[in-house]
Design a binder for this molecule. Structure first.
Ligand code: XUL
Ligand code: CO
Length: 435
């Protein structure tokens, strides 16, 4: 036991009336919602990068945090960081965590040294996971921070960078597989461009498609049973990223023959950056059959950049879970807090409180979503709105109609559509009863 979280006990559910800031007020893992334990619905994960690797810097200033595992450039501190991370997973009773290679091991002078460092840490994690409750939701490779990635990873004009990226992903998939990870994520941090003046977009997209096919081939080769997930984001760090949003990613997967092999990891803040709502992105993925997992956070609606704050808006999150539950809920996916405390939140207690808040917001949202589904008001409204399509004439038109035959029917039956209210405010008022 380290003394980092001294005085902070395992967080317990104490109910909405408790005034204890370090208790759960709404997240009650064992509470059954729509026939399933809350913990099994939400499948929360702690993100290693934000909670332990990020040092509190912003574009105007460097590190604000003081952590016993700094500097993060040696194996002894990487192990201390792991000790403290696993203590936090236990305090929160977190069922999952997620990591990049770069978060957990020091960068070596060579690829071989970085790989050796990663393997040593993976063994260290595996030892801890034998007795810990926490499991790995997903692993991933950081192919955006080091200088070599500045012009992209698989989309880099330099084939040596493509090779370095392929070798890196192999090591991270091996690590994920070894730790029993349930998914493997690819977020295209710099898979995009700064200017079209120096970019052959077609060639870069073809390389990215070939790369993702290699990932899928390797998954099958090693017998990894988890899901491969791509994470959309429209920009930042690149000016334009190829995996812009859910719809763009689906088009990409289709073009490169991967729509049945790869699903999406959707992030709230990325949806906002793309000019969408989170539920839009989730509903799009559900409609296309590629919803995999979510990165839960919130973006500042004024600043226009990816602020990765913990969620605090129950009505918004409720609509997100509504669509997830309507899709049948998560299978291998879960709710990863891709969220960081503010750089002025210096204390160990802030790390715990932020996750408690996020988990409570999601729990309230899940309960509201389930209540709306059990009540059936929204699905009844949808059925009514589309009821005309249940008639034999409408079904026949869709199945066998041609412009000619439909023209004849409109003429002979004198079809003259009568507009009906979309009842938006009534539906918004309905949702408001549950949130
Ligand atoms: C960056 C982001 C990443 C991915 C994993 O915006 O969301 O943390 O989730 O690489
Ligand atoms: Co993310």
């Amino acid at each position: 036991m380290t003394d980092f979280f001294n005085g902070i006990n395992k967080v317990k559910y104490e109910g909405p009336d408790s005034t204890n800031p370090l208790a759960f007020h709404h997240y009650n893992p064992d509470e059954v919602v729509m026939g399933k334990r809350m913990e099994d619905h939400l499948r929360f994960a702690v993100a290693y990068w934000h909670s332990y690797a990020w040092e509190g810097g912003d574009p105007f200033g460097g590190r604000t945090f003081d952590r016993p595992w700094y500097p993060q450039d040696n194996m002894a501190n990487a192990k201390l960081k792991a000790d403290i991370a696993f203590e936090m997973f236990d305090i929160l009773d977190a069922p999952f965590f997620c990591f990049h290679d770069y978060d957990v091991r020091p960068e070596g002078a060579t690829f071989a040294e970085s790989t050796k460092n990663l393997e040593e840490i993976v063994d260290y994690f595996a030892g801890k996971m034998e007795s810990a409750k926490v499991k790995l939701l997903w692993g991933t490779a950081n192919m955006f921070s080091e200088r070599r990635w500045m012009s992209g990873a698989s989309t880099n004009p330099d084939p040596d960078v493509f090779a370095y990226a392929a070798a890196t992903v192999k090591t991270c998939m091996d690590a994920t597989h070894k730790l029993g990870g349930q998914n493997y994520v690819l977020w295209g941090g710099r898979e995009g461009y700064e200017t079209l003046l120096n970019t052959d977009m077609k060639q870069e997209l073809d390389h990215m498609g070939r790369f993702l096919n290699m990932v899928v081939e390797y998954k099958h080769k090693i017998g990894f049973k988890g899901t491969i997930l791509v994470e959309p984001k429209p920009q930042e760090p690149s000016k334009h990223q190829y995996d812009y949003d859910a719809a763009t990613c689906y088009g990409f997967l289709k073009k490169y023959g991967l729509e049945n092999e790869v699903k999406l990891n959707l992030e709230q803040g990325h949806a906002i950056l793309a000019g969408h709502s989170f539920e839009h992105e989730i509903a799009t993925a559900v409609a296309l059959g590629v919803l995999g997992s979510i990165d839960m956070n919130r973006n500042d609606y004024q600043s226009g950049w990816d602020t990765d704050q913990f969620p605090n808006n129950v009505p918004e999150v409720a609509l997100a879970y509504y669509h997830i539950l309507q899709d049948g809920g998560f299978t291998t996916g879960g709710t990863n807090f891709d969220a960081k405390i503010r750089r002025q939140s210096l204390d160990a207690e802030d790390l715990i409180a932020s996750h408690i808040g996020g988990m409570d917001v999601c729990a309230r949202a899940l309960k509201a979503a389930a209540a709306m589904i059990e009540d059936g008001g929204l699905s009844d409204a949808l059925s009514n709105r589309y009821a005309g399509w249940e008639t034999p004439a409408a079904k026949e038109m869709l199945a066998n109609g041609t412009l000619d035959s439909i023209f004849d029917r409109v003429m002979s039956e004198g079809i003259n559509p009568q507009p009906k209210s979309g009842r938006q405010e009534i539906l918004e008022n309905y949702v408001n009863r549950f949130v």
